[in-house]
Every structure is written in structure tokens, then in C-alpha cells.
Write a protein of this length. Structure first.
Length: 209
């Protein structure tokens, strides 16, 4: 009984990990090796009380800016949390990208990207994106690409690898075991994120590109 329980627990833990790895295999590259696509999507992360992006969010945005400057992406969709009036990840992300030389007209804000699954689903169903380069931290990239691909978005990934492997990084890596289990639950249950009406911001930005 104990052995079978342990085996079941191991399968439950490692199954989602293996699935994410299989779905993202060959899809994650650094900027230089990334296949050009019209849209890059940056997943949100913590914004500091000063109204500036945290180190992890800066790392993601720097990668997105590199994708734009190198011609690998024409438009950047910044997706994050804006559930409270005093906390606005997409606005901060856009401001930072503009400071790095990305034209404001090439940046589109998604104010309801509350988690990885929400960002993937909203990109396709709200913004009409069917192919994209996903930008996040290296330990998070595999799950991000896998989630998007399972929800119908043809995704590749270009990760931020600039963060030192300190306690914060390892905590994020360890969190992936549980998060990949949640990924399966979200996809299988077809959970609806916050949706709303379709938006044409990406389409307009591409036409102006």
C-alpha cells in the first residue's frame, strides 16, 4: 500500500514535468537563435513600490527589447496584473520598454494576465494571436511554452537567463513542480480566465509596423 501510494505520488509529481518538457522540446532558444514571429509576449512579474519593475521583470523586458531590436518580433504584448488601481504591471512594463527604445505604438497591454494560463488563453481569444514568442525566466519558460501550446497558441520561448541562481531563483524553480500540476488541471478543465470583449490592439500595431 505504501509503495503503490509512493509510486502514484511520483507519477503525479513527475508526469506534468515530463509532459511540459516534451511539449516545449526544441521550442526554447536564446535571442540569436529564435525564429522571427510577429508577436512576443512578456509575462508579468512583481512591480516594486517605487513603480519600477523588479529585477526579474526587468530581465524579461530586456529580452523582449532585444527581440524587437534584432527584428525577431514586430509587436510586444505585455501581460500582467492590474486588479488594483494602484498596481499596474502592464503599464510599468510598457514604460520600461519605451525607455529601452521600443516605440509605444509597438507595445500592447493586457491588463488581465493574472497567471501563465490566463496569459496564453487571452492572447489567443482576446487579442487574436495564434503564434508568439513567450518571454519569461528560464525555469518558467518550459511550462509557459507547454501551457500555450496546449491551449492552441503556437508558442516558442526566449528566456531570461540573466538572474543569478540564488535562493529566490531556486525557490522559483522548485515552485514549478506544483505549478506544472496546476497547468494540467487548468488545461483539462478548460478554465476560463477573465475574458471580456476581443481587442484589436495587436492587429492595429502590426498594421502600423
Amino acid at each position: 500500500m505504501i509503495v503503490s501510494t509512493c509510486i502514484a505520488a511520483l507519477v503525479a509529481l513527475l508526469g506534468p514535468w515530463a509532459l511540459a518538457g516534451a511539449l516545449s522540446y526544441g521550442k526554447v532558444h536564446d535571442v540569436a537563435d529564435t525564429e522571427p514571429r510577429d508577436v512576443a509576449i512578456v509575462l508579468g512579474a512583481q512591480v516594486l513600490p517605487s513603480g519600477t519593475p523588479s529585477a526579474y521583470l526587468r530581465g524579461r523586458l530586456d529580452v523582449a527589447a532585444d527581440l524587437y531590436r534584432s527584428g525577431k518580433a514586430k509587436v510586444i504584448l505585455v501581460s500582467g496584473d492590474n486588479r488594483e488601481t494602484h498596481y499596474n504591471e502592464p503599464k510599468v512594463m510598457k514604460t520600461y520598454l519605451v525607455s529601452k527604445g521600443v516605440p509605444a505604438a509597438r507595445i500592447v497591454e493586457d491588463f488581465a494576465g493574472l497567471d501563465t494560463y490566463d496569459t496564453c488563453v487571452r492572447a489567443r481569444r482576446i487579442f487574436g494571436v495564434d503564434r508568439a514568442i513567450m518571454v519569461t525566466q528560464d525555469y518558467h519558460e518550459i511550462r509557459t511554452v507547454a501551457t500555450c501550446r496546449m491551449t492552441g497558441l503556437d508558442a516558442t520561448g526566449t528566456p531570461d537567463r540573466s538572474q543569478i541562481h540564488d535562493k529566490v531563483w531556486w525557490k522559483g524553480w522548485a515552485r514549478e513542480f506544483g505549478a506544472r500540476g496546476k497547468m494540467i488541471i487548468d488545461v483539462v478543465s478548460h478554465r476560463d480566465p477573465v475574458l471580456g470583449k476581443p481587442e484589436d490592439g495587436v492587429e492595429k500595431a502590426l498594421k502600423a509596423a
